[in-house]
Structures are given as structure tokens and as C-alpha cells.
Design a binder for this molecule. Structure first.
Ligand SMILES: [Zn+2]
Length: 399
């Protein structure tokens, strides 16, 4: 079904440094993941509540309640899934091409985290996460040939993860923007060959935000495919390293999400592409706090207002937002003034945010004032409604 071509067969000899080494590392990584699968299969036979309840008190009871409380068994089972939509891969090929320093620079502790597929599976098992929909960390380099090659390598790596663990992983495939021709080809390859569950974009590519006129064909194609588009922050040239003692993820990332949301709003992209289901990271960055400001000032400037004839707020309210580094009382209060719980999706940002972040996110959601039904929706039901294959495969582990 999934035509995943082994990395070793793809001829990464385009890179000067140690092709065989990183192929070997990729294979070792996959081997580790496969070695973990017998345990995973064993665990997969256990009820989701039992699995999750080992770590998080109350989840077992919650899952049982979900299974017993619904009139539709399928819906009840699906709602018991935990789906993490903000979960990164860091394959050996990524380390090799990007380099440890570049990967670590924007990270919270300035270090590229150690990561193998088995690390993701272990954390997911410890916290009852049924499925992680994985995406590469921000990848873009001035050398477009390298960007294209790295993008394809990451997409094939994550597709292989799904092939090896179909019930545990989904993928948001990366695109080699701003190379439009290559990006359009990658959309076709990702959906038609690799069977990606959605597309993962960065907030800007070489300082071109997502509403940029050059990107119109990509968004029109994603709209035609009714794609789920997950948007992850990066920084822009003018702010990168602005505070040398602070990583860009600290302040710049959430601002960049807001910049790209404004770009999509006032370029008319949201209005032109109503069938794209966007997911914005980290509770939308600073969008909840600035939504009313964008609405007011965006209506005063008629050049902007013409692109949002129905107003800013209805558009922002139909987008989806993940909970990574945001499942805290202040951020959730702001987000839940903007959207209903139906538009909030579990995200952890593992492994860039270490395992305790996953624990804190799940605990924070429990303290956010959701009803049990809403909590189940935020933890997985909402994502299951967006990601059909992920929901179907994940149900095999929670049935
Ligand atoms: Zn992230």
C-alpha cells in the first residue's frame, strides 16, 4: 500500500559527507524502532485505558466511561484515542545535513535533542498517546538543492515510520518551499505515493510568509485536495538571533505564527482556500491575544478589509490550534475565548520539549476546565475527525 522506498535505495550520494554513514544510521534507527515493535504489539492488545492508566490516574476510568457512555461504539472508541499532532522527527539525515549547531540554535536548551523512533514510542506508551502525527523540525536552507533533498529524505523517513507502525504514527509531509515547482511535485509524491496524512509547513520560507503571492499555486492545490495543513513556527531574518542569549523559540516563534496567520488573512488565502484545515502550533502563537486587534485595525484599512469581507474573527475561529507549550491557565484561557474546544488539538512538541513537557501538557489540559467529553475531544477526538487514516488505524489499538 505504502510505496516507501528504502533510504539506502534513494542514492543520497548527492551529499559530500559520509553518505554511507547516514544511510547506516537511518537503518540503525529503523532497526531500533522495529525492535521495539514486539513490545508495542503486546501493549497494543491491552485496552487504552489500562495502557494510559499506568501513568496518568483517571485515564483508565475515562476511557471506560467513553466506551460505555456512547451510543455509537465506533465514535466512543475513536474518542478514546490520544493523538499528538505536534511531535517531531530528528532522523540522522537531518542531523547530517543541517548540523547539530543549526538544529540546536532555536531549541529551548540550545541543543539538538537525542532522538530515535523508539524514544517516541516509549514516551507515547508512558503517556497513553495512541498516535503521533510527526513532522520534521523547521528545515530550510539557502541551498535549494539541499532543501529539496532533505525534504524528500524526511518525508520518506516518516513514511517508513508509518509503514513500520501504522497504528502509532501519522505524517505531515514537508515541502521544499519556496521552490514552487518542487513543492507542487512534493505534494503529489507525499499524498499519492507516501500517503501522507497532511502537509507540514513553516511559518515563513526565506521571509516569505504563507500568504505570499508566489505561494498561490501551492495553496490552491492543497485546497483542491482538502488537505490538513499543519503550520510550525520558525524565525525570520530580521529577528533571528536578535537576543543572542535567548533561543528564537522563546519569543520569536509564537510571533512568527501570528505573522503568517496575518499573512494568510490579509492576502485572502484563508478566504480563497476554505477547504484547507489549518492547524497552528502553540495555541496560535500570539493570535488569541491579538485577534481583536487584527479584527479592528484590519477593518479600518480598506486594502486589508477587502480580503476578509466576512471579518477576521469568523476565520480565526474555524482554524485549529495545538496545545504544545500552551496547556497552561493563561494561554488556554485566551485560546478558549477565541475558539471552542472543538478546535483545540493535543500537541506536545516532543522531543524538542523533553518528556516532562508531555506530562505537563496532559496535566495542564486536565486543569483547563474542560468537561470529560471536551477533554477526550481535545486529546484525540478532534484530531481523529481531521485525520481519517490516523483515526482508523489508531482505533485498532483502542478497540
Ligand atoms: Zn515544534
Amino acid at each position: 500500500m505504502c510505496h516507501v522506498i528504502p533510504l539506502a535505495a534513494k542514492g543520497f550520494h548527492a551529499f559530500n559527507s559520509g553518505t554511507s554513514v547516514h544511510q547506516k544510521k537511518n537503518e540503525q534507527n529503523m532497526e531500533t524502532a522495529r525492535a521495539a515493535s514486539p513490545m508495542r504489539r503486546k501493549l497494543g492488545l491491552m485496552a487504552a485505558g489500562m495502557l494510559a492508566g499506568k501513568v496518568i490516574p483517571g485515564v483508565a476510568a475515562q476511557s471506560q466511561s467513553a466506551a460505555g457512555g456512547g451510543t455509537d461504539a465506533g465514535t466512543a472508541t475513536r474518542s478514546a484515542q490520544r493523538i499528538d499532532v505536534h511531535h517531531h522527527i530528528l532522523p540522522p539525515v537531518f542531523r547530517e545535513i543541517m548540523g547539530e549547531t543549526a538544529i540546536g540554535a532555536p531549541a529551548p536548551n540550545r541543543v539538538a535533542p537525542a532522538w530515535r523512533v523508539s524514544d517516541s514510542l516509549a514516551v507515547m506508551d508512558r503517556y497513553g498517546i495512541t498516535t503521533a502525527v510527526v513532522s520534521a523540525p523547521p528545515l530550510w536552507m539557502p541551498d535549494m538543492a539541499q532543501t529539496r533533498t532533505l525534504t524528500r529524505a524526511c518525508n520518506e523517513f516518516s513514511a517508513q515510520m508509518v509503514a513500520d507502525h501504522p497504528t502509532r504514527f501519522g505524517t505531515f509531509a514537508a515541502l521544499p518551499l519556496p521552490d514552487m515547482a518542487a513543492a507542487l511535485k512534493e505534494i503529489d509524491h507525499s499524498f499519492d505515493v507516501l500517503k501522507a496524512d497532511g502537509i507540514g509547513l513553516m511559518t515563513n520560507y526565506g521571509d516569505h510568509y504563507l500568504g505570499h503571492a508566489d505561494f498561490v499555486p501551492v495553496f490552491d492545490e492543497l485546497n483542491r485536495r482538502k488537505a490538513v495543513v499543519y503550520v510550525h513556527p520558525t524565525s525570520c531574518t530580521c529577528s533571528r538571533g536578535l537576543f543572542p542569549d535567548q533561543p528564537d523559540s522563546l519569543i520569536e516563534f509564537p510571533h512568527d505564527t501570528t505573522r503568517t496567520v496575518a499573512s494568510l488573512l490579509f492576502s485572502g488565502t484563508f478566504g480563497r482556500c476554505p477547504d484547507i484545515r489549518f492547524i497552528f502550533s502553540h495555541a496560535g502563537g500570539t493570535v488569541p491575544f491579538l485577534a481583536t486587534r487584527m479584527s479592528i485595525l484590519g477593518s479600518i484599512d480598506k486594502r486589508l478589509a477587502q480580503h476578509v469581507p466576512g471579518g477576521v474573527m469568523p476565520i480565526l475561529r474555524r482554524q485549529y490550534y495545538d496545545t504544545a507549550i500552551s496547556a497552561n491557565p493563561i494561554s488556554m484561557a485566551a485560546l478558549l475565548k477565541l475558539v471552542t474546544p472543538a478546535n483545540v488539538l493535543l500537541g506536545t512538541d516532543f522531543p524538542f520539549v523533553p518528556e516532562q513537557g508531555t506530562k505537563a501538557t496532559l496535566a495542564g489540559l486536565r486543569e483547563a476546565g474542560f468537561s470529560e467529553r471536551e477533554l477526550r475531544a481535545v486529546e484525540g477526538g478532534n484530531a481523529a475527525g481531521l485525520l481519517e487514516r490516523v483515526a482508523r488505524e489508531g482505533a485498532r489499538t483502542t478497540a
